[in-house]
Ligand binder design. Sequence first.
Ligand SMILES: Cc1ncc(COP(=O)(O)O)c(C=O)c1O
Length: 407
Amino acid sequence: MSTSGFQTADAGFIDRAHAVLMQNYGRFPVQMVRGRGSELFDSAGRAYIDLFAGFGGTVIGHAHPELVRAITEQAAQMWAVGNQFHSLPQVELAERLARTAFAGRAFFCHSGLEANEAAVKLARLRGLADGGKRWKTVSLIKSFHGRSLAMIAATGNPAIREGFGPPVPGFSNVDPMDFSAIEHAIDDETACVIMEPIQGEGGINLYPPGHVGKIRKLCDERGVTLIFDEVWTGVGRTGRWFGHQHFVDEQGKIITPDIMTLGKALGGGLPVGAMWARPELAKLLVAGKHGCTLGGNPICMAVSRTLFDVIERDGLVARAERLGEMAMSFLRNSTSIKSKVKDVRGRGLFIGVEFHDEPVGLLERCLDAGVIANITYKKIVRLAPAMTISESDLQQGLERFAKAASV
Ligand SMILES: Cc1ncc(COP(=O)(O)O)c(C=O)c1O
């Protein structure tokens, strides 16, 4: 077994994986075998502090005892049940969304992508109802909305469309920070604007004050549905239950979308996605208009419902805000990386560290040092640890990261 540097997986195992798995992910030669809280352990017995929480999925860590109990109890009770029947965990999760977000109704699926597809379909239903002609979507440059044919058209990064032929029509990407560009992109055929409250894949990009309120007002004036893709920002990690709750109008009222989409953290690491829409829109999605065979299955719902209960009971949303401030302050003041870092930004435990130059080999050095991070747009490191990470693990993880980045 090779344990040199960050390559800890057995070469024979990697060959075996390559023989049967597609190579669509840039995988490190590391085989993870176990997770506990914010730590992951590989096949060589090495421990890593996970500062990226499985791309945001394991938002309260690995093997949280209450999630383990919820999944075990529900598995013994009832697995999947066709959506021609009601089941309690689905209703209980939707009730938690109603309590923590805005008045709405839920559609459950498995992923962020599916939630976004459902949202655009619902916006089209509204736009085309009663002889309307609104069917197009305006989205933002540097956004990310998923990998289906429609969502790669919505995603504001042409590279992810390359090789897949003509893009699905009806999608245009505009400068996220330029209000007049957004205003001009909306025409009589626009059904919806889709945007992330904080752009995640785009590099943890925050909007200037007042910007989102202006977009909300514009959508209201033009009869356009506003969709917030909260796949990254939902379920507490930004220091609010949902990222949009950071946006308030002049009266201090939270600026809400018409539809919010969720994924990643919603299942605590299980595949759960959701579209949450205002009741007046939700009622357009009548029987037969959309569906998902295993969407809302009791096991996923029971885990997600319990996740909400744990986050609420343990005050993890406020904790994420506090730990995020602590982490960003450490990253801004760390002398070993100060000269290399252009900007540290984010909200709560959703943090971007932008480097002046591409930090070549940084993720590998992080692995070697026992910490997991991520890079987007070549120069922006993203950190998104679990909301349950202990202060000492966070501190140690940041120190390991800073050391790896100082080279
Ligand atoms: C903002 C956003 N929306 C949608 C998606 C797609 O989610 P999924 O990978 O669950 O389909 C992602 C994935 O990273 C995302 O970051």
